[in-house]
Structure formats: structure tokens, C-alpha cells
Design a binder for this molecule. Structure first.
Ligand SMILES: Nc1nc2c(ncn2[C@@H]2O[C@H](COP(=O)(O)OP(=O)(O)OP(=O)(O)O)[C@@H](O)[C@H]2O)c(=O)[nH]1
Ligand SMILES: [Mg+2]
Length: 595
């Protein structure tokens, strides 16, 4: 099968184009370094199937960072019939060098001048025919996001791919050794085919930035925006969550219970109290999670996240990190795994490792589910938001503490130059795609971990069958008792111990297994928990859940990204130790104060 690769600098719209042409959902975002790995998809072009590969953005084919190596490695080890070089037209004077490098390598290429809409707004004009003649390559102007010029591009691709033959590069770096002529060639091409006004006018961006990047208003505004975002998520998410819980309950009473009246109690228990209740409790959080990611996508796509990096850079560098580390921490609020992979844009290994050590402390959306659930059960409506907020503070505090403690070991000397992109607003389609992506992610995790997890918890809490379920004499009870010397001093009883043990696999299993352990769901489960736990125990449980290792996927990612077992073990040991210590100090402190 013929292969087309997308090449270009970061944040030029490669993934947006890829999604448009393949219908796939590669992650996009207004931030350099969103794509860090290869993503391929097949599509019918010019009468035959072609594979299109989305690559991470690179500044230069010589680059040293992990994601630049991914690109080089790909080009050296795969034959490609065509490269699409995607440029941001408004930055054409900086970005043309990649085209010349590709030409020098003899790659069969088409130049796509993307973001035509923005270039037009800035008053930049390109004479594509002239440029095409000078480069001796096809050049098209388009907007991958809004679709203008897309049809022509698609047709051109179809025609070109039919006749193109494979290029293979074995020693890319050596082939690029002589590129001192590139500068002058670039200058002359730009002079004769591009007109750039003396002053680029992007009023909106500069006006907004005057406020949002204000030296002392910037940070408070940023935290206000984050605060309002969370308020909005709960304002819209809570009714949706209640609706889902109500429908699941109604469905059970109306359809499932009657269906299983004659089934054996064990089967009924396993299917309904085990899988249905467990998975259902987790599923009620899906609307909140989708909203959460939609809002995050807006913040990311508008370019505000890059501003956050800029605002926090000075503070972060004192902790041995940089502005990008802060952005990764925020991304980690969604899910730690992509945030860990996002560190590939960092060139220096020690900086990357320190950032990776810090990221698992960000309170990801799966942990958020546990906290929403437990706070709703134990705390008053007034106290619950404050409790949640305090957990976010702990999340930041443990991350910062980790950075401070380990920064000597992982010294950072990499200079960080931040590119602040113009503000851009996501289209409805981009947002829907993101929402759908999250649903799929949930279903994937549900089928991989959650069902198996709740099933196992059900078995452990119901065997042997001649003792009351979830009592001390069941298998789960015995495991809980075995751990009690460790967990008693932090106020975690044998029920919660089981939830914690399974939470090691995925945090969604924590709430799923609470439903199974207590044999209830929804309001009933909350009441029972409120009856059995006081607030000190509940908070200690949440602290532990927050700080100890997020999930198996995170561990696997830590391992694969660091390529070091020792580093992975350090991360696990440190977070477990810190979790225990924090819960211990909190629990014993609160008890000695008489709570
Ligand atoms: N105005 C405008 N914005 C665009 C266009 N194409 C992409 N964008 C936006 O530009 C930003 C970057 O797009 P991506 O597709 O993530 O860029 P990328 O080249 O894949 O970036 P990396 O993966 O970081 O290398 C996103 O906010 C897109 O919505 C376009 O034609 N016009
Ligand atoms: Mg991308």
C-alpha cells in the first residue's frame, strides 16, 4: 500500500488535516507538541487504498527531542510515496526551511499552505503559482479547519499519488549535512512570491493578551477561569449524572429484576449486584467526564493553555521544571497518560524524568469520580465543593513537593522558548469529536479493566458462600485483615482496603467496587457509607487515593516512556510512601484533636 506522511512544524494543523481526510480523531490542540506519536489511517485516494500517517511536528529534521526522533526514525525505516509538508501560512518566512530540507532529501512532496483564513486576516498574500514554479513542487493554499481549498487539495493528492514512486532514506542526518545554501534560496523565494504587511494585525489576540497576560492580573485571572470552569462542569454535569443514575435504576427495576426472578441467587447477584451496579455506578460519571474534557478542549484549543505555561514559567523554573511542565500537569487533570507522553517534546532527559515524576500527582478525571462520589456521600452540600477544592490543592502541593525534593537529582539546563499561538476557537465538529473520543476511551477502559475489576471484587466479597457477604470471613475480608496493620493507622477499614487495592488497576474500579462491596448503588450506597464512615476516615481515604499510584496504564506509560524499570519503581514507591505518610499525619492529627 502506498504511504503519505504529514510533515511540518508543530501546531501547523497536521492533525486537523489528517482528521479531515481520514475521518480519524487524532488529537488536535492549539499548542506546539500535541501529537507525539505516529498515527496512521487508511483512506481511498485516486482509486486505491493509501495509508496516511500523522507525525509529530518538528522544527528541523536535525532535531534531538524524542518526538523529532520519532519522525526521523519513521522516515528512515519506512518508504513513503509522498510527503505533505504542512505550513502555517502566517509564519511562512520561518517555516519554508522544512520544504527545502525535504527537497534536498529528494522526497516527493506537496506543499500545503494551511491556515489560509488566518493569513488572509493578517493581510498576507502568497502567489502560489510563482512559488510552485520556484520550488518546483505543487503548492496549494487551504484551511484544514474550515475546509476552504480542501477539495482541490484532495484531487491533487489523488492525481499525484497514482504516479509517485517510493522514496527511502537511510541516513537522513548525513544527507542533510550540507544545507548552508537553504537560507539564501529561501529568501529569494519569499521575496518574489509572498507579501507580508510590515505590521501583522491580529487585534483580537493582542487585545486579549493585554489583559490575560497582564503581569499581575494574569495569574489570578487564570485561576478564576479554572474555578469557573469547574463550577460550570458541575452545574451542567450534576443533573445529567442524576438522570443517568435514575434511568439505570429504573431499568433495573422495570426490566432486569423481573427477568432474573427465577435465576439462582448467585447468578443474579453476580450479574445485577456485581456487574450492573458496579459498572452503572461508574457510568453515571460519563456525562461529567465528557463535559470536563470538552471544557479542557476549549481551554487548550483557544491557546489559553500556552498562556498558562507562559504565566507559570518563572515559578516552575524555580522548581526545576518549566512552563511546559505546568501545562502537562493541567493536561494530567484529564488523564495522566497523554500528559506523560506529552513530555516527549522535552529534549533533556533529566527534565523529562522530573516532569514525569510529578505528573501522576495531578488529580485525573478518574480520581475526580471517586472524590465526587465520596464527598457527596459524607459531606454537606455546602462543604463538598470546598473538600474537592482542598484535594486539588493537595494535588498541586504534592506535585510541587516532589519537584523540589527531586530537582537536584534531575537537574535542568534546557532553555525553554515558548511559542504563544494566536487565539483560535474550536469548531462544533472539533468539540463533538473530542466528546466522542472520551466516550470511546471510557468504553475501552470499561471493557478492559472495570468489568473484570468489579467481577473479581464481587467474587472476593461473596466467597465462601456460607458467611455474610463482604464480612471479615470472606476472601475480601481476609485480604483486608492482612493489610490492617498498614491501613488501620490511617483509618482505612477492610472494605475500603479492597477498594484501594483494586484502585491500583484503575480508579474507576474504586467506586465500582464500593457499590459491589456495600451491595448498593446510588443514594442507598451513599447513605450506607455515611453511616459507616466519619469524615476523618473518608478524607484520609481520599488523600490516599489521590496520592498513591494512579493506575496500571500510568505505570505502563511511565515504564515505556522512561525505558527504565528503576524509574518506574521509584515513582510507585515514592507515591505509595507519600500517600501513606500524608494520610497518617492527617488521620492521627485529626483524631488527636478530638475529631
Ligand atoms: N484558523 C485555523 N486554525 C487551524 C487550521 N488548521 C488547524 N487549526 C488549528 O490549529 C491548531 C493546531 O492544530 P493541530 O492539527 O493540532 O496541529 P499539528 O500540526 O497537528 O500540531 P502538533 O501535533 O503539535 O505538531 C488547532 O487549534 C487547530 O484547530 C486552519 O486552517 N485555520
Ligand atoms: Mg498533531
Amino acid at each position: 500500500m502506498k504511504r503519505i506522511a504529514l510533515l511540518g512544524m508543530p501546531n501547523t494543523g497536521k492533525s486537523t488535516f489528517f482528521n479531515r481526510i481520514t475521518g480519524a480523531s487524532s488529537r488536535t490542540g492549539n499548542w506546539p507538541g500535541v501529537t507525539v506519536d505516529l498515527l496512521g489511517a487508511k483512506v481511498l485516494l485516486g482509486g486505491s487504498m493509501v495509508e496516511i500517517v500523522d507525525l509529530p511536528g518538528i522544527y528541523d529534521l536535525h532535531g534531538f527531542s524524542e518526538d523529532e526522533q520519532v519522525v526521523r526514525h519513521f522516515l528512515e525505516n519506512n518508504s513513503v510515496e509522498l510527503v505533505l509538508i504542512i505550513l502555517n501560512t502566517s509564519q511562512i518566512e520561518r517555516q519554508l526551511s522544512i520544504v527545502l530540507q525535504a527537497k534536498q532529501l529528494g522526497l516527493p512532496a506537496i506543499v500545503l499552505l494551511n491556515m489560509a483564513d488566518e493569513a488572509k486576516k493578517f493581510g498576507i498574500t502568497v502567489e502560489t503559482e510563482k512559488m510552485s514554479a520556484l520550488l518546483d513542487l505543487p503548492v496549494v493554499l487551504l484551511s484544514a479547519k474550515y475546509g476552504t481549498g480542501y477539495k482541490e487539495t484532495y484531487q491533487l493528492l489523488g492525481r499525484t499519488i497514482e504516479t509517485s514512486s517510493p522514496a527511502k532514506l537511510e541516513h537522513l542526518k548525513e544527507m542533510l549535512a550540507q544545507d548552508d545554501k537553504i537560507e539564501s534560496v529561501m529568501d529569494s523565494i519569499l521575496k518574489s512570491s509572498v507579501q507580508i504587511p510590515a505590521q501583522l494585525s491580529d487585534n483580537l489576540t493582542s487585545r486579549l493578551d493585554r489583559v490575560l497576560l497582564h503581569p499581575w492580573l494574569g495569574l489570578p485571572l487564570f485561576f478564576l477561569v479554572m474555578y469557573l470552569t469547574f463550577q460550570a462542569i458541575f452545574l451542567f454535569g450534576k443533573p445529567l449524572q442524576d438522570g443517568v443514575a435514575w434511568s439505570l435504576d429504573a431499568f433495573r427495576h422495570a426490566a432486569l429484576d423481573p427477568m432474573f426472578t427465577h435465576a439462582s441467587p448467585i447468578l443474579k447477584g453476580l450479574l445485577l449486584d456485581g456487574i450492573y451496579n458496579g459498572l452503572g455506578t461508574v457510568a453515571t460519571f460519563v456525562p461529567i467526564i465528557i463535559l470536563f474534557f470538552l471544557f479542557m478542549a476549549i481551554i487548550e484549543d483557544t491557546g489559553y493553555l500556552s498562556r498558562a505555561a507562559f504565566l507559570m514559567d518563572a515559578l516552575m523554573s524555580r522548581l526545576g521544571l518549566d512552563g511546559r511542565g505546568f501545562v502537562m500537569l493541567l493536561m494530567g487533570f484529564g488523564c495522566n497518560v497523554p500528559a506523560l507522553m506529552g513530555t516527549r517534546v522535552m529534549r533533556q532527559r533529566s527534565l523529562r524524568l522530573l516532569t514525569m515524576l510529578v505528573i501522576p500527582f495531578s488529580l485525573c478525571s478518574a480520581r475526580l469520580q471517586v472524590f465526587i462520589f465520596v464527598t457527596a456521600a459524607i459531606f454537606s452540600q455546602k462543604a463538598a465543593p470546598l473538600v474537592l477544592f482542598s484535594l486539588y490543592l493537595f494535588s498541586f502541593a504534592t506535585a510541587l513537593l516532589t519537584a523540589v525534593l527531586f530537582k537536584k537529582q534531575y537537574g535542568n539546563t534546557e532553555p525553554f522558548i515558548l511559542e504563544v499561538p494566536p487565539y483560535r476557537f474550536p469548531t462544533l465538529q472539533q468539540m463533538l469529536m473530542r466528546g466522542w473520543h472520551e466516550v470511546r476511551h471510557f468504553l475501552n477502559r470499561a471493557s478492559k479493566f472495570i468489568i473484570a475489576g468489579v467481577l473479581l471484587v464481587w467474587l472476593l466479597t461473596h466467597f465462601p458462600t456460607d458467611v455474610p457477604p463482604a464480612s471479615a470471613h470472606t476472601l475480601a475480608g481476609m485480604i483486608g485483615i492482612a493489610f490492617s496493620p498498614l491501613l488501620d493507622p490511617i483509618g482505612i477499614d477492610q472494605h475500603l482496603a479492597i477498594a484501594l487495592i483494586f484502585g491500583f488497576v484503575a480508579k474507576e474500579i474504586v467506586i465500582g467496587s464500593l457499590a459491589v462491596i456495600y451491595g448498593m448503588q446510588g443514594k442507598g450506597l451513599m447513605n450506607l457509607m455515611a453511616h459507616q464512615l466519619d469524615w476523618v476516615e473518608a478524607y484520609s481515604f481520599m488523600l490516599f487515593t489521590l496520592v498513591y499510584t494512579p493506575c496500571l496504564s500510568t505505570i505502563a506509560t511511565l515504564r515505556s516512556e522512561s525505558k527504565s524499570n528503576a524509574f518506574m519503581l521509584l515513582s510507585i514507591a515514592w507515591s505509595l510512601g507519600l500517600a501513606w505518610l500524608l494520610s497518617f499525619v492527617f488521620y492521627q492529627g485529626a483524631r488527636s484533636l478530638g475529631y
